[in-house]
Design a binder for this molecule. Structure first.
Ligand SMILES: [Zn+2]
Ligand SMILES: [Zn+2]
Length: 219
């Protein structure tokens, strides 16, 4: 289903933060004027509930009912430095509406997204799979992040999440997971390699999972 931007502009998500399948299936966006987001309070020590209007849907945009959002250490730093910012960039949600040029996801798909909001899609970095280096990139902190119950995002920076992965487990893959996978992939780590991981936090434990699935030996 494709809606005109005017129809989609005022949206709200009534999305309980629940992880059981039935609750996730029940999520939906209603056409009402606002959605809820949680902005950083003073020093990042609290959250303040905000009612916001979702932006109009562009041709490549999807409107998403957010199911859950991981908390990355970067979020805690931004929240401490920027009172009023809505952080959150390990977002899992369900597509509720999409712009007329969206081809990679459909209504009802579960998708993951979060760190990169947009890039130029034309420079040497964008054309070689290194769009994170694009000089014109924008990130989650340039707008409203994922600690909210809805979002509008460029579909060219969202990824389908298989049903077999629980949303709360998939969230961290979109930042912590992508960061360590990028290192393994970018340095051509082969299944015969021995991989050392320094630190077993949010990123390190995912690096081990990727390396193990790849067939690598640990050190
Ligand atoms: Zn992060
Ligand atoms: Zn670029």
């Amino acid at each position: 289903m494709t809606l005109h931007t005017e129809q989609v502009a005022p949206l709200i998500v009534d999305a309980p933060v629940a992880m059981d399948t039935a609750a996730v299936e029940a999520l939906s966006i209603d056409v009402t004027p606002t959605y809820t987001a949680f902005a950083a309070g003073p020093g990042g020590q609290s959250f303040v509930e905000k009612k916001l209007e979702l932006p109009k849907l562009g041709q490549f945009d999807v409107a998403v009912a957010i199911i859950c959002c991981g908390v990355c250490y970067t979020d805690t730093m931004y929240a401490a430095m920027a009172e009023g910012m809505v952080v959150g960039h390990e977002i899992i949600g369900r597509v509720e509406f999409k712009g007329e040029s969206v081809t990679n996801v459909d209504i009802g798909d579960t998708i993951g997204f979060g760190y990169i909001r947009s890039t130029c899609l034309e420079c040497q970095f964008c054309l070689s799979g290194k769009e994170n280096m694009c000089a014109k990139r924008t990130t989650f902190s340039d707008g409203i992040g994922g600690l909210a119950n809805a979002s509008v995002w460029d579909s060219r920076f969202v990824y389908k999440i298989p049903k077999e992965i629980e949303p709360r487990h998939a969230g961290p893959l979109t930042c912590a997971g992508a960061s360590v996978f990028g290192a393994l992939y970018g340095y051509n780590v082969s299944p015969t390699a021995t991989v050392g991981v320094v630190g077993l936090g949010g990123l390190g434990h995912l690096a081990i999972k990727f390396a193990r699935a790849w067939g690598c030996k640990g050190k």
